[in-house]
Design a protein around this ligand. Structure first.
Ligand code: PMP
Length: 423
């Protein structure tokens, strides 16, 4: 609040939460109206993928109905229309991340492809035998395996920042891992398995003091936290559209322009080319150098509509509303006998991962499904962190801004049923 008591842009007050209008927001999502096994759907699998609002579905339909054309090379009306819609999304993403330039925004298939792009292009040109890459113990496989492949190929070593029992990174250990051989730090902003929000801004500053660039896996942060890549000063930031109300198969890699300029192409063909002879190819300028072949045009346009939708609600309001939901869910689940929450960091977003004494996570998921409640059960593509916590799988409820306290009460009730079945 400013001194006059008026709310200023980006500020969140309790009144905003009261007026969040979740019931109105829910009407924007057709899939939330679905009934499962005769019960209203309680969708708590948002870390896997979010539901899509009607405006996104409509925007994709409109593209295919009346704008469908290939982009960039066309001289005709529809191609121009599609190109404008595609490129205006790039600018919307730039605003969303507060990147300095549109050419720093690369369209990819998703977080996984963004990380692989950096591992192939930056990694293969910069990493030599004896070098090191630093990741964390809570990474998704998508931010482990590309670095493992690179290390294997180059004779480099993967170093891992350990976590404490709450699921927080040990920052002193992190500092100790960084050395003259470290070529890159690749770390997640928010853990999909634990919900931990890592202190990436100071972690980036620590790496930069040693001249080490940092890639941030933003897959789980993008739907929940407002991000400013210039303020974070990260070198690369990858996220997926489908976790943020957008379509599948589309994602973003942000990279600082000077780094991207210095990197070789990832794939060859199509838009990444300026001129080709059999002797030599001249590559296109950024961002096209990294966008080979016909892209997912409908996906990009749909992502633009999704970002517009989310920005209209506002990530600061979303974060405040979800923090309240997460606290309520934690309280409800903590009261269930035999339930242990995996991931109890002080800073968390969206994720409630847990195990029930003597009951396999898949059984928890299956019984909840009969109640219309969708959660995820398994290792969440983060097997090393499961091992760190001594479990092979967890049940995971993950929240979005369209979830409600009543849905969390339904989850708690469902879990009591699960316990009864196994009693
Ligand atoms: N990193 C994290 C932290 C994730 O949660 C996910 C998706 N579960 C990914 C990377 C991979 O995202 P995608 O499958 O959309 O490429």
């Amino acid at each position: 609040m400013n001194p006059a008591g008026r709310q200023v842009a980006g500020e969140v007050c309790n009144d905003c939460l009261v007026g969040f209008g979740v019931e109105r927001i829910r009407q924007d999502f057709p899939a939330l109206q679905v009934r499962v096994h005769g019960k209203p759907l309680v969708y708590l699998d948002n870390a896997a993928t979010s539901q899509k609002p009607q405006v996104v579905i409509d925007r994709i339909t409109r593209y295919y109905l009346s704008e469908n054309s290939n982009i960039h090379r066309g001289v005709h009306f529809l191609s121009d229309l599609a190109t404008q819609a595609y490129e205006s999304t790039r600018d919307r993403v730039r605003q969303f991340l507060n990147a300095a330039h549109d050419r720093e925004i690369i369209f990819t298939r998703g977080t996984t492809e963004g990380i692989n792009l950096v591992a192939h292009s930056f990694g293969r040109s910069r990493v030599r035998a004896g070098d090191e890459i630093v990741i964390s113990a809570m990474e998704h496989h998508s931010n482990i395996v590309p670095w493992q492949i690179l290390c294997e190929e180059k004779g480099a070593t993967l170093r891992v920042i350990p976590v404490n029992d709450a699921g927080e990174l040990l920052l002193e250990e992190y500092e100790r891992l960084l050395c003259d051989r470290t070529r890159l730090v690749a770390v997640t902003y928010v853990s999909n398995a634990l919900g931990t929000v890592n202190p990436i801004k100071p972690m980036i500053a620590t790496a930069h003091r040693r001249g080490i660039p940092v890639l941030v896996d933003g897959a789980q942060a993008a739907p929940h936290l407002a991000v400013d890549v210039q303020e974070l000063d990260c070198d690369f930031y990858a996220f997926s559209g489908h976790k943020l109300c957008g379509p599948t198969g589309i994602g973003i890699l942000y990279g600082k322009a000077d780094l991207l300029e210095s990197m070789p192409p990832y794939q060859g063909g199509g838009d990444m080319i300026s001129a080709v002879t059999f002797e030599k190819t001249i590559y296109n300028s950024l961002p096209y150098k990294f966008e080979a072949g016909t892209p997912h045009i409908a996906g990009v346009i749909g992502l633009g509509a999704a970002l517009e939708y989310v920005q209209r609600i506002g990530l600061p309001r979303i974060a405040a509303y979800e923090a309240d939901l997460l606290a309520y869910g934690t309280e409800l689940l903590s009261a269930i006998p035999g339930l242990r929450i995996i991931g109890t960091a002080r800073e968390k977003a969206s994720v409630l991962s847990f195990v029930l004494d003597g009951i396999h996570a898949h059984d928890v998921g299956t019984i909840l499904d009969h109640e219309g409640i969708a959660i995820r059960a398994g290792h969440h593509c983060a097997m090393p962190v499961m091992k760190r916590f001594g479990v092979s799988a967890t049940a995971r409820a993950s929240l979005a801004f369209y979830n409600t306290r009543e849905e969390l009460e339904a989850l708690a009730k469902g879990l009591h049923k699960v316990i009864e079945v196994f009693a």
